[in-house]
Design a protein around this ligand. Sequence first.
Ligand code: OSB
Ligand code: MG
Length: 371
Amino acid sequence: MQIQKIESIACRLPLKQPFVTSYGQLNEKAFDIIRITAADGTVGMGELVAFEEPDYIEETIFSARQVIREQLIPLVTGATIAHPDQVAILFSVIQGNAMAKSAIETAIWDLYAKQSGYSMADVYPSIHNQIPVGVSVGIQPTIGQLLAQVEQYVAQGYQRIKLKIKPGNDRAPLLAIRERFPEVLLMADANGAYVGQEDVLLTLDTLGLAMIEQPLKVRDLTGHAALQKKMQTPLCLDEDIRCVEDIATVAVLGSCQAINLKIPRVGGISEAQKIVKACKDHGLTVWLGGMFESGVGRAMNLQFASQAGFDFPGDLSAADRYYFDDIVAQPAVIENGCLSVPKGKGFGVSLAEEKLIKYGESPFVLFEKAY
Ligand code: OSB
Ligand code: MG
C-alpha cells in the first residue's frame, strides 16, 4: 500500500458520569482519530486511546502524539507496506509507546482490510457475530448508588459486572452486589492498589468472584504468584501485560490465570494476536479490556473479539454506557447481552461528520506525500 496522507483528529467526549478508580477520576475522554489515506483513496482509521495523565500506565496522549509525529510516521511512510504485520516490525526499533504504535498500526489494518474487500473479522476464522459483553463500574459514593447502577446494567443485559475497588472500598460493595444479584458473573479490578495489603484481598476469596484484576503493583509478578497460591479466586493481569513474552513469564511464575488484553496496551493487532495464541498455549483465559474507546476503537475491539476464544464477557459496553453521543455513524448498542460485530469492510464504522464538528477539532495533517 502507498500512504498518501496521515491526519489526526483531536476529540473529546464528555462522560455521562465520572469514572472513579483506585488511582483517580475521569470526567471526559480525550482521544485522537488517526486517519490514513492510501494512494487509491481508501481510508483507514485508528484510535489513540492514551489518557491525559500517566496514571493507568506511563504513556499519555501527549507523549504518544510526539512519538507518532517524530518517530512512527517517518517509519511507516519511509517503507513499502505489503501487509500490516510489517508495521510492528518497523516499529520495533522504538521502545515502549504501545498506544502510539497501536493508533497507527490499527489504522493500517483497517485500511488493508478495506483494500482487500473484507471486514477485519474475516482475517480470523471467526465464529461469533454477537459478542457477549460486560461492564466496568467505577467506585460509587454509596452502596445504594452502586446497587442502583448495577441493577440498571443487569436489566440492560450486561453479562458480567466488574467493580473497581480500592483499600477501604472493596469487600462491602462486592458483598452487597453478591447478595442482591447472587447469580451475576462478578469480578473486581484494583489497578494495583493493594501493595502490602494482601490480607485484605484474602477476605475477597469467599465472594465467588470470577477473577480479581491487577491487585498488586505493576511488575510485581512474583508477588502476584505468591498471592495466587494463597487464593482460589483466579487473578487477572492488565497493566503488567505489554507484549507476548510477558505471557510465558506470568505462566511460568503462576502470577495469574487470566489476561485482560487491550490491543493499544500491547502496541496493536499483530502483537495482540500473538498474545491470544500464547494464552491458548499456556492455558490462560484471555478476554478483551477497554480504554473508554469511541466508536472507532470499539468497532476494532468487536472485530477482534469475534474470533474463537473470547467467551468471557469483556469490558466492551454499548456507547451509551459511556457517552451521550459517539463520533461514528454506527454506535454500538446492546441486545440480548451482546454487541454486534459491525458488518462493513475493515472495522466497519464511519465517522459522523456532524458529531465530529461538535466533539472534534479540524483534522491536522501529519503527513502528505509530495508529487
Ligand atoms: O483498568 O481496565 C482498566 C478504563 C480505563 C483505564 C483502565 C481500565 C478501565 C476500565 C474500563 O476498567 C474499560 C472500558 O469499559 O472501556
Ligand atoms: Mg484493569
